[in-house]
Design a protein around this ligand. Structure first.
Ligand code: XBP
Ligand code: MG
Length: 255
């Protein structure tokens, strides 16, 4: 592998956005719409098996609301509800209550210093990503990423490989030139099916998931004063992920 680019997932990887961000915003949108729906922390963990906010709402209606009378234009209804959710979500991000995960800013800066290209591949909508980056790394950071592949830009969401194929195409790089950072099983599958090697930084929602195909599974990127824990994969006893470690990786998967 000749490492040329790092591709990052957003939700759960760059920042823990799900429990206190998207989930809260979904519930606010439900209340605004006069719906008696409420997604608890626990139930949201199950719902996260469906990637994509619109897809998640549709799944919830099908699985949990058998008595509910859907409007004639269900697709439009879901799109509006999802739009309202994103407005609430972006307001939460603007309040600055959702920081980047430890080590993320350090690694991004290091990659930039070494001329390693950066990209994003996420299921979430582009405006959500922009507001997160602006309110954590600053407005300039939007230019750090050569491509931000997001949301409905591809037909099928993770675990489909489409968003990674799209990002690779935009970068004009082979999967073997890139390393991917993900937090979830769906993201791991999407990256692997596109031929990429993911490093998984788990979180409370994803720590028990199956990460077959991942290069490394860790509890986070770590930092010099907060060493990481390795859950599976590449054997080096590292305390935190840095560019020296990433360029030394040979491409051995978790079996
Ligand atoms: C993230 C998602 C998203 C977010 C909500 O997946 O599944 O749906 O939960 O964002 P990943 P939207 O981290 O694998 O990209 O409502 O904008 O979809
Ligand atoms: Mg994710």
């Amino acid at each position: 592998m000749s490492l040329q680019a790092l591709i990052f997932d957003v939700d759960g990887t760059l920042a823990d956005t799900e429990r206190d961000g998207h989930r809260v915003a979904f519930n606010q949108a439900f209340t605004d719409a006069g719906l008696e729906w409420h997604w608890s922390v626990e139930q949201y963990g199950q719902l996260l098996q469906v990637a994509g906010g619109k897809e998640r709402i549709r799944h919830y209606i099908q699985q949990y609301c058998p008595q509910w009378q859907p409007p004639q234009d269900l697709q439009g209804f879901i799109a509006d509800l999802h739009g309202a959710k994103n407005t609430h979500y972006q307001a939460l991000l603007r309040q600055g209550t959702i920081p980047l995960r430890p080590g993320v800013e350090r690694l991004l800066q290091e990659a930039r210093d070494e001329g390693i290209r950066l990209a994003i591949a996420t299921t979430s909508d582009l405006p959500n990503v922009i507001v997160l980056l602006e309110h954590t790394l600053g407005t300039d950071s939007l230019h750090w990423f050569e491509t931000i592949a997001a949301g409905d830009i591809v037909p099928a969401k993770k675990p489909a490989p489409d968003i990674y194929r799209y990002a690779l195409n935009q970068l004009a790089l082979a999967p073997s030139d890139c390393l991917v950072f993900e937090d979830s099983q769906a993201g791991c599958q999407a990256a692997c099916t596109a031929g990429c090697q993911p490093i998984i930084t788990v979180n409370d929602y994803t720590q028990t998931q199956d990460f077959t195909g991942a290069l490394l599974v860790i509890n986070g990127l770590g930092d010099p004063d907060h060493p990481l824990s390795r859950l599976a994969g590449a054997t080096a006893n590292i305390e935190y992920i840095d560019m020296a470690f990433l360029t030394s990786l040979g491409g051995k998967s978790v079996s």
